[in-house]
Design a protein around this ligand. Structure first.
Ligand code: ATP
Length: 449
């Protein structure tokens, strides 16, 4: 079991996320739905900020990647071509301890799965292997009014296929030249047999995937490039570099030329786990879609007057799993000098924090509430703000610290005299007096970097 030296904060986070409106269990009033979660007012902002950062880095800031938003429902043949129909109907065995899944005929399994003597080939635990069962990871449904086999469709188990089938549409409409990429963010569904650990492994989740189409022979260098780029992106979110690492795959899928995961240390018994996969998928995907659709999916290299099926370098990251990494990474409990009560802080990167500023009138009189309201309205035109006029000022600070708000602005007695307010930094606890017309710029500058 990958026990980490970082503390296990999962239970505390689950409770904070519910109490403060980040994440709720789906259909909670009916007893909940297994491993499906809803994002509340603060959670939706956090995840949206995360997705915006990915979209910016992968699409808007580059001239060689185009964005798309493909539909969740696709032609059922897509999943035959991709290998998902065949690949997920074999008898599978599951390790309840390390959550790895094996084919029933895996020669590395010792003993009879489902009995206490059977041993997991990955974590080495005995008695944790389930009996083999036929299992298809994809959710099935029916298109049209008749529930028959001819009308079966699937909820997509990954967003990638929507990119592959649109390869030529995008290339021809944008006149991009290889190498170039296509990116999308969207929901994916997997009927996981071992979901769990809050939003780490769920049955409905969001992926942020990018497929980079390259000339065969140049794939290795593009793979290395994307590995580094993606690691750098995770660091730019404020994830502690010591908690991030690459993990090369020991066993490659038959079509894959290289694969590496980016892992984050979630602490406790979960330890290092994949948050993103980077794969060199060769020409497998476009080749298969060519075969199954009967349509050519070739790129015409005009200067060299030749056609080829591009190789694909894929970067695939979960929005929910990364959001969990951000929460785990940000959570801390600490003493505050000169105060008896400690505080809980979500040290989120300011650009990811759901609320950018708390605005507090020190007391509810002498024009302070009115000035605070005017200031909050002014700031709200630029970023999300929370106006709080109830309770002692220390408690109001604590409430914002706990949800990661990077700045708290207090309107006090001096403010109504000279128009200045105090701006308190969540991490350093330093307070600075700033003239109120400049507060929006002061904060905006500090939340974008
Ligand atoms: P795992 O084995 O950890 O379930 P995977 O190897 O099947 O993941 P990929 O198919 O490579 O994952 O998907 C890419 C990314 O999508 C993962 O790194 C993860 O961030 C996210 N992801 C995959 N499955 C889930 C899930 N069930 N719940 C949440 N996120 C997921």
């Amino acid at each position: 079991m990958p026990v980490s030296t970082n503390p296990d904060v999962m239970d505390k986070l689950v409770s904070l996320c519910k109490r403060r409106g980040f994440i709720f269990q789906s259909s909670e009033i009916y007893g909940g739905t297994g491993s499906v979660w809803d994002y509340g007012p603060l959670g939706v902002e956090l995840k949206k900020n995360l997705k915006d950062r990915w979209w910016h880095a992968m699409v808007r800031a580059r001239d060689d990647i185009e964005g798309i938003d493909a539909a969740i429902l696709m032609h059922p043949r897509v999943w035959e071509a991709s290998g998902h129909v065949a690949g997920f109907t074999d008898p599978l065995i599951d390790c309840k301890n390390c959550k790895k899944r094996f084919r029933a005929d895996d020669p590395k399994i010792k003993g009879t799965p489902g009995t206490p003597d059977a041993q997991c080939p990955v974590c080495g635990m005995k008695g944790t292997l389930s009996e083999p069962r036929n299992f298809n990871l994809m959710f099935k449904t029916f298109m049209g009014p008749v529930e028959e086999s001819a009308s079966v469709v699937y909820l997509r188990p990954e967003t990638a296929q929507g990119i592959f089938v649109n390869f030529l549409n995008v290339q021809q409409s944008t006149r991009q030249k290889v190498p170039f990429g296509i990116a999308q963010i969207g929901k994916a569904f997997r009927n996981e047999i071992t979901p769990g650990n809050f939003i780490f492994r769920t049955r409905e989740f969001e992926q942020m995937e990018m497929q980079f189409f390259v000339e065969p022979g140049t794939d290795a260098e593009h793979f290395d490039y994307w590995k580094e780029q993606r690691m750098e992106w995770h660091r730019s979110l404020g994830l502690n570099p010591d908690r991030l690492r690459f993990k090369p795959h020991d066993q490659l899928a038959h079509y894959a030329r290289a694969a590496a995961d980016i892992e984050f240390d979630f602490g406790g018994s979960l330890g290092f786990q994949e948050i993103e996969g980077i794969h060199n998928r060769s020409d497998f995907d476009l080749g298969r879609h060519q075969e199954y659709s009967g349509k050519k999916l070739e790129y015409f290299d005009q200067p060299n007057n030749r056609r080829f099926v591009p190789f694909v370098i894929e970067t695939s990251v979960g929005a929910d799993r990364t959001a969990l990494a951000l929460l785990v990474n940000a959570y801390r409990e600490e003493e505050v000098a000169g105060e008896s009560e400690g505080r809980t802080v979500l040290g989120l990167h300011p650009s990811l924090a759901p609320i950018k500023a708390g605005v507090f009138p020190l007391v509810k009189k002498d024009g302070m509430p009115e000035m605070a309201q005017r200031l909050a309205a002014d700031l709200r035109r630029r970023f999300p703000v929370f106006l709080d006029d109830s309770g002692a000022i220390g408690r109001r600070y604590r409430r914002q610290d706990e949800v990661g708000t990077p700045f708290c602005v207090t309107v006090d007695g001096q403010s109504t005299q000279d128009g200045t307010v105090t701006v308190r930094d969540r991490d350093t606890l330093q307070q600075e007096r700033v003239a109120s017309p400049f507060v929006a710029d002061y904060i905006a500058e500090r939340i974008t970097t």
